[in-house]
Design a protein around this ligand. Structure first.
Ligand code: PXP
Length: 249
């Protein structure tokens, strides 16, 4: 099985910085620390309301790191303009609602295929690898294969919530859906990633899925970093991912 990549989402370093309005903690420093600790990529979400990452952060992160930058964004004209200027390695399109605390559902691809195909084309032409953050839903995954995306990132939030809340039957059912979605996406020629809500207790079954090539993890690791430091928090996640991968072979 190929090695599983770990993308670190550093949005919440900016959340903490913005709580005081100053310059610390610095998300660029976090990105560099994550790179030093073995991250394979950095993910940052420039939201419409700029509640955490800001335009200048995105540019500064891209210039500072030597690993790929995954620019997470809503499929709006404003974000397309910024992404075309920033030239990230990858773009991950997510749904966005102002009132949500975090990205809640997957992107509606099936009902928006024509618009998304036109939206994706120039970003792809500019060299970005396009990922769509979708629910583990066969119709959305099928649609993702028609609009020019190279990657789907499977929304594993429902599975992680069930694990965190001790709902074993729901966790098993959600894992089944994610497993089927990963196989379907792979068969359609899409690279498969997964993310949202992953922690030390939920990561192993997702890391063991052979089609999954990358995990993107943020909130849990930033919280864990308070106690172990960012390098320690990331190393432990890396260890659990590698262990699950090795056990699955
Ligand atoms: N992937 C996507 C597409 C996301 O929107 C998020 C949350 O911003 C993550 C991964 C990371 O999720 P978490 O912070 O819960 O680990």
């Amino acid at each position: 099985m190929e090695k599983l990549r770990l993308g670190i989402n550093i949005d919440h370093v900016a959340t903490l910085r913005n709580a005081r309005g100053g310059a610390t903690p610095d998300p660029v420093r976090a990105a560099l620390a994550a790179e030093e600790a073995g991250a394979d990529g950095i993910t940052a979400h420039l939201r419409e309301d700029r509640r955490h990452i800001r335009d200048a952060d995105m540019e500064a992160i891209r210039q500072a790191i030597s690993i790929p930058l995954n620019f997470e964004m809503a499929a709006t004209d404003e974000m397309a303009r910024i992404a075309l200027q920033t030239k990230p390695h990858a773009v991950c399109l997510v749904p966005e609602r102002r009132e949500e605390r975090t990205t809640e559902g997957g992107l509606e691809v099936a009902a928006d295929q024509t618009r998304l195909a036109h939206y994706i084309a120039p970003l792809r032409d500019a060299g970005a690898r396009i990922s769509l953050f979708v629910a583990a839903d066969p119709a959305q995954i099928e649609a993702a294969s028609h609009v020019g995306a190279q990657v789907v990132e499977l929304h594993v939030g429902p599975y992680c919530d069930a694990v965190d809340e001790g709902r074993a039957d729901d966790a098993a059912a959600e894992l089944k859906r994610v497993t089927a979605a990963a196989a379907q996406a792979h068969d359609l020629g899409l690279e498969v990633h997964a993310g949202h809500g992953l922690s030390y207790t939920s990561v192993a079954p997702i890391a063991a899925l052979p089609q999954v090539m990358e995990l993107n993890i943020g909130h849990f690791l930033m919280g864990e970093a308070l106690f172990r430091g960012l390098p320690g928090a990331i190393s432990e996640m890396r260890r659990l991912m590698d262990q699950a991968r090795a056990a699955a072979v």
